[in-house]
Structures are given as C-alpha cells and as structure tokens.
Design a protein around this ligand. Structure first.
Ligand code: AMP
Length: 332
C-alpha cells in the first residue's frame, strides 16, 4: 500500500475556538483524517509568547482538545497531541534556529503586528515564532499544512528553511510543506465589526461553543450600512463580509436569493443576519452539545494526550536523530 501523505497542523492554546479556527482549519482537519496520515496538535508553547496567566493555560489546552474531538477528530485515526508533550520539538527548533536569520524574522507581518500591539513585551519567542512553527511542521516531514490565509507567510518561511537546510547540508532530509486548501481558495473569516479578520486578539469572535442566544446576538450586532438605493450597487466591506459568510455557510440558492434582494434593493439586513446565524448554528450546535461531556472526562482526555504524545515522539524522535547526524552531532 502507498504511504499516505503526512498532514500537520495546530491551533494556539489561547482560548475557545472561534469560527475562523473552525472554517480556516479545524473543518479541514476532520475532513482529511480518513485519507491522510494526520497529526494535529495544540500549540501551548506558541501561546506563551503573549505571556498568559499560567492558571488559564492548562484549561485552554483542555478545552481545545475537547473541541477537536467534539468537532469529529478521531484520536484513533490521527495523532492528536499537545506541543509541549513532545520535547523533541524543542531540539528540532534549536537546531533549525541556526539557519534562521534575524532580518527575515523581523520582517514578518505577524511579528511587526505583535511588536506594535505589545511594545513592552517584544520577547525572543515572538521573534522566533515562525521558526517554532517551522519546527512543528518540518520535524514530521509533513507534505501538507491546512492553514487559513493569515498563516501563509509563516508557511512560506517553513518552506524556505527546508530548502535552505537541504542546500546547506546537501541533503534531501527536509520535506517542503505545502498549504492545503480543501475548498480551493484560502479562507479568511472576517470579523463582524466591519473590517479585518475574526481573531482572539481582535476581540470580535463568535466561538464554536457560544450558545444559540449569543450567536444570534453577535450576528445581530454585525456592522452593515444603509440599505442600497440604486439597483446593482457596489457593496461596502461590512456587507461584503456578510455575503462572504453567507456563501460559506448557506445553500447556494439561499445565497442567490439574498444577492438578488441586494441587487433590487429589497434586502433586509435583519433577515440576512438571522439566516447566517441559523446556518452557523446548524454546524456549531452539535459540536457544543458533545463538548461538555468530553471536557468533563479527565481520564479520557489524559488517555488521548498520552497516546498522541507516544505515537508522535516515536516518529519525530527518528527525524530529530537524523537531523543531529546531518549537522554533525553524534557519538564518536
Ligand atoms: P491561531 O488561533 O492563530 O493559532 O490559528 C489557528 C488556525 O486557525 C490557523 O490555521 C489559522 O490560519 C486559522 N485561523 C485563525 N483565524 C482565522 C480567520 N479569521 N480566518 C481563517 N482562518 C483563521
């Protein structure tokens, strides 16, 4: 039997998962687990770059693990693990850092953005964030990485590190990872505040375990604009964002209906928002219902964690050993 391509992806442990995480990443994780050799992790080291309260971090890891499983991820089919349960990652990261240059790290959009937002805490972890992300991916020799549009620059850096390493040591050890876009276009879930993406640091999230009332309330508050007065007018950004959502979550004929009502100026934003909220809830409600029970089951969650770490340490341990040898770290 042919070896299945390896897929690697993760989500930072900074709180509950939101619709951006779901549509940009988690949905693909679940879709891919039958056809690929999938390894999915929870990035707790990465979340330390913003120095979270230690008493919250562990709960965040737990809730994401429960959300992964509630969304349909099957720990028997794929390797599900917590980043810090695989210390081999730290060694891979250290070795890779020797081929990552200050200039390229300082130039990344995410670093510049974070440095602006937290000027009193521009720590080395923020700067080397893309190297740790590259180590996560490259240590698995992953072929595909399902990520949202916001992470494409970091993935490009992982590819550069891989090529550079292979060139420097005249080896084919590193595998160049490629972005995986299940539905063609990379997804960018917008915020409902009129511009930008949905994200935890933007404070504009709809979480997959928000209850029905909260989801409806958040959609009702979404920024729109005046109703159009001219047929076939150009949409402004907040309205475009709502139509983007509608296309993603609703049936094509529903989308066409609303588009027609925009074009003939009969659109009612209240109906549009309710439609999106209802269709989002069809996806998130069953996940939320399964979540509580999984979250409460400490024994099961610890078992999943241990099983994932054991499997990953075995495969990754071999790759780290190979990397050490290539770089000249070996017994006499
Ligand atoms: P993060 O929460 O930043 O660790 O992101 C985890 C995953 O969710 C990554 O694959 C991101 O690309 C994806 N993601 C986060 N926010 C969004 C968004 N607004 N739209 C699409 N994907 C997103």
């Amino acid at each position: 039997m042919d070896k299945k391509p390896i897929v690697l992806s993760g989500i930072r442990a900074t709180g509950h998962l939101h619709l951006g995480n779901y549509y940009g990443a988690l949905r693909n994780f679940v879709d891919m687990q039958n056809d690929y050799d999938c390894r999915y992790f929870i990035a707790d080291y990465h979340s330390l770059t913003t120095q979270p309260d230690p008493s919250l971090l562990n709960g965040n890891v737990r809730s994401i693990l429960a959300e992964y499983i509630a969304a349909g991820m099957d720990p028997e089919k794929c390797m599900v693990y917590v980043q810090s349960d695989v210390p081999e990652t730290c060694e891979f990261f250290t070795l890779l850092n020797m081929h990552a240059y200050l200039g390229e790290l300082e130039k990344t959009v995410a670093f510049k953005d974070k440095a602006r937002k937290q000027p009193n805490n521009v720590n080395a972890g923020l700067l080397t964030y893309p190297v740790l992300m590259a180590a996560d991916i490259l240590q698995h020799k992953a072929n595909f990485v399902p990520v949202g549009k916001d992470q494409l620059q970091h993935l490009e850096m992982a590819r550069n590190f891989a090529v550079r390493f292979n060139h420097f040591y005249k080896t084919d050890f590193m595998v160049e990872p490629r972005a995986y876009e299940a539905k063609g276009e990379p997804i960018k879930i917008p915020g409902l505040d009129g511009s930008g993406k949905m994200g935890k640091s933007e404070g504009n999230c709809i979480y997959i375990n928000d209850d029905d009332k909260t989801v409806i309330k958040k959609f009702k508050k979404a920024v729109t604009d005046m109703t159009p007065t001219e047929p076939n007018s150009e949409m402004n950004e907040p309205v475009k964002n709502l139509f983007y959502f509608l296309k993603l979550v609703s049936a094509p004929e529903v989308y066409d209906q609303f588009l027609a009502s925009w074009n003939d100026c009969s659109i009612r934003y209240g109906d549009l928002k309710m439609q999106i909220a209802e269709d989002v809830l069809k996806v998130t409600r069953p996940i939320r219902e399964r979540y509580e029970e999984i979250y409460a089951d400490t024994e099961y969650l610890n078992k999943v964690r241990r099983m994932g770490a054991e499997k990953v340490r075995e495969v990754v341990g071999k790759n780290v050993e190979e990397m050490r040898q290539i770089m000249g770290i070996k017994m006499f």
